[in-house]
Write a protein that binds this ligand. Structure first.
Ligand code: GLU
Length: 472
C-alpha cells in the first residue's frame, strides 16, 4: 500500500508552529515511505477563513520547503460531494433529520449538566417519524452513531485508545442551511483523496473516534492514525498566545533559518538515535512512528538558538550570505556590494560561530560593511594600550609585504613586529580590535585583518591611531 498523508490546516489565523510541525511530520512520513504528501485547505468556516490566512499557509510551507504532491484541495469547493454522502447515509437509514431548535439544544445541555452528565445531544429525533417534524424548523442532518460498546482507535503513537460510545453524541453532518460540517467533510475528503495515514495533534483523538464511526458506516477502509502530543510552552503549559511567537513567519523574521526550524520542529516530539542536527531530507531517511514521543514537547528557545547556529555554520557560505541578504531586504537595508558580500563569504565560519540568528550578522560583522569605524567611543577607551601605538604604526607599514595575505602569515608578521618592539601580542590585540572594528569583541584579530585586506587594514590602523593620538 502506497502511503498517502495529508496536511489539512484551517485558514483561520497564522500558520502556527504546532501546525507546521504536523505538516512536517506528514511530509517526513510520506517521503520516508516513498509515498505522497497532499495539501488540503479546510476553508469551510466561511466566517473565519481569510485569504491572508491561506496566504500564510503557503508562505510558511514554502519558507520551510515543505512541498506537497498533486493539486491543492480547497475543501469549500467540495461541499456538493459532502452533501451527497450525507444524503446517501440518510437514504440508508444511517442518518436522520433533527428538528431541535438552538434553544431546545441549550436546555437539553443545561439539564444534562444539572444531572452531572456529559452535555451531549440526547438523540431525541433519532427514531421519530417525519410526520412529527415541525413545519417551521429547518432540520440538521445527524449521524446515527452507535450507542453501545466502544470505539477503539489503534493509534500509532498513543496505542489502543478506547472511547465509550455513550460519551459521543449523534454529530451534525449537515447544518440547517445545508452546509456540511468539518466532521463530515474531513472523512469524505480523506477518502476521496486516498489518504491512508493521518498524522495530527492529539487534540483530534476524540474526533478520530467520531470519524471512524462514520467511515465504518460508509463501508470505507479506516486510515492509520498517529496522534502526536501537542507542543507546550517553556512553562509546560499548552502553547497559547500568552507564550508569544507562534506564527512560523515570525520565526523567519527573528532570524531563524528554514533548515534549523525544520530540524528543531522535527526534534520536538521525534528523535532518532542521538542525532541533534540534521536537515529534513536526512530526517526523512529515518522517520518512523517508533521515534515519536508520547509526552508533550516543550518549546525551548536556547535549544532552538543552538540548532540555528549549527545550521548557520554548516551551510555553504553562499547560502549564509544569501539568507543575510534576504534579511537586509526585509528590513529595508541597502543590499551588500560585491566587496561586502565577498568579505562576509570569507568570514562565514568566524561570524556564524559568534551568533545564533542571521539577524545578528548586522552587528557582529558591522566592521566589514562600513567605510570607517568609530574608535572614539568612550566605552572602548579602556581597551586601548597607548604604549603599543608605535608598534601598530609599524605593523600597518608591513601590511603590503605579507604574501600570501592569510591568517598564518598575518599572525607571523604581527608576532615579529611586536617582538621587535618588545611587546607581547596579547597586549596589542584589544587595541587592534578597536582600531579595525570599533567593537569590543570580534572574530580573531588575524581573521579580521585577513577579511579586510592589507589596504583597508593599514588605512584603518593609521587613521585610528591619528584620531586616538589627538584625543589624548
Ligand atoms: N483542519 C483541522 C485543523 O486545522 C485539521 C483536521 C484534521 O487534521 O483532521 O485543526
Amino acid at each position: 500500500m502506497d502511503v498517502i498523508t495529508r496536511f489539512a490546516p484551517s485558514p483561520t489565523g497564522i500558520l502556527h508552529i504546532g501546525n507546521a510541525r504536523t505538516g512536517l511530520f506528514n511530509w517526513l512520513y510520506a517521503r520516508a515511505n516513498g509515498g505522497k504528501f497532499l495539501l488540503r485547505i479546510e476553508d469551510t468556516d466561511k466566517a473565519r477563513s481569510t485569504h491572508e490566512a491561506i496566504q500564510a499557509i503557503h508562505d510558511g510551507l514554502s519558507w520551510l520547503g515543505i512541498d506537497h504532491d498533486d493539486e491543492i484541495v480547497m475543501q469549500s469547493q467540495r461541499a456538493d460531494r459532502h452533501r451527497q454522502v450525507a444524503l446517501q447515509l440518510l437514504a440508508e437509514g444511517k442518518a436522520y433529520h433533527c428538528y431541535c431548535s438552538p434553544q431546545e439544544l441549550e436546555e437539553m445541555k443545561e439539564a444534562a449538566r444539572a444531572r452531572n452528565e456529559p452535555a451531549i445531544y440526547d438523540g431525541r429525533w433519532r427514531d421519530r417519524s417525519a410526520d412529527e417534524a415541525p413545519s417551521d424548523v429547518l432540520p440538521v442532518v445527524r449521524f446515527k452513531a452507535p450507542r453501545d460498546g466502544e470505539t477503539i482507535i489503534d493509534d500509532q503513537v498513543q496505542g489502543k485508545v478506547r472511547i465509550p460510545n455513550n460519551s459521543l453524541d449523534d454529530m451534525v453532518m449537515l447544518r440547517a442551511d445545508g452546509s456540511p460540517t468539518y466532521m463530515l467533510s474531513v472523512v469524505v475528503d480523506d477518502h476521496d483523496m486516498g489518504v491512508n495515514t493521518i498524522i495530527r495533534g492529539d487534540d483530534h483523538l476524540i474526533n478520530a473516534a467520531r470519524q471512524s464511526q462514520l467511515i465504518l458506516a460508509l463501508g470505507w477502509p479506516l486510515p492509520r492514525y498517529a496522534h502526536i502530543p501537542l507542543i507546550h510552552g517553556p512553562d509546560g503549559k499548552k502553547l497559547s498566545k500568552r507564550h508569544g511567537s507562534q506564527g512560523v513567519m515570525e520565526y523567519a523574521k527573528m532570524g531563524y533559518v528554514p533548515d534549523a526550524m525544520n530540524n528543531y520542529l522535527a526534534r520536538l516530539g521525534w528523535s532518532f538515535g542521538d542525532e541533534e542536527i540534521f536537515t529534513k531530507e536526512e530526517a526523512a531517511q529515518h522517520f518512523s512512528f517508533a521515534g515519536i514521543n508520547k509526552a508533550p514537547a516543550r518549546l525551548d528557545f536556547d535549544k532552538l538558538n543552538h540548532v540555528n547556529q549549527q545550521h548557520l555554520m554548516r551551510m555553504p557560505a553562499e547560502k549564509f550570505v544569501a539568507l543575510y541578504e534576504v534579511h537586509r531586504q526585509t528590513e529595508g537595508m541597502p543590499s551588500l556590494d560585491e566587496e561586502q558580500r565577498h568579505r562576509l563569504m570569507f568570514s562565514h565560519q568566524a561570524i556564524a560561530e559568534r551568533i545564533s540568528k542571521i539577524t545578528e550578522v548586522t552587528h557582529q560583522a558591522s566592521y566589514m560593511f562600513t567605510q570607517s569605524v568609530d574608535v572614539e567611543n568612550d566605552e572602548l577607551q579602556g581597551l586601548i594600550n597607548r604604549d603599543a601605538f608605535p608598534a601598530i604604526a609599524n605593523l600597518a607599514d608591513h601590511m603590503s609585504s605579507i604574501i600570501p595575505f592569510d591568517e598564518p602569515n598575518i599572525m607571523a608578521e604581527a608576532k615579529k613586529v611586536m617582538t621587535d618592539h618588545d611587546l607581547k601580542l596579547g597586549k596589542v590585540g584589544p587595541t587592534l580590535r578597536v582600531l579595525l572594528t570599533g567593537q569590543k569583541t570580534s572574530p580573531s584579530i588575524f581573521q579580521v585583518i585577513a577579511c579586510l585586506g592589507a589596504d583597508i587594514t593599514a588605512s584603518r590602523l593609521k587613521l585610528g591611531l591619528a584620531k586616538l593620538s589627538s584625543l589624548a
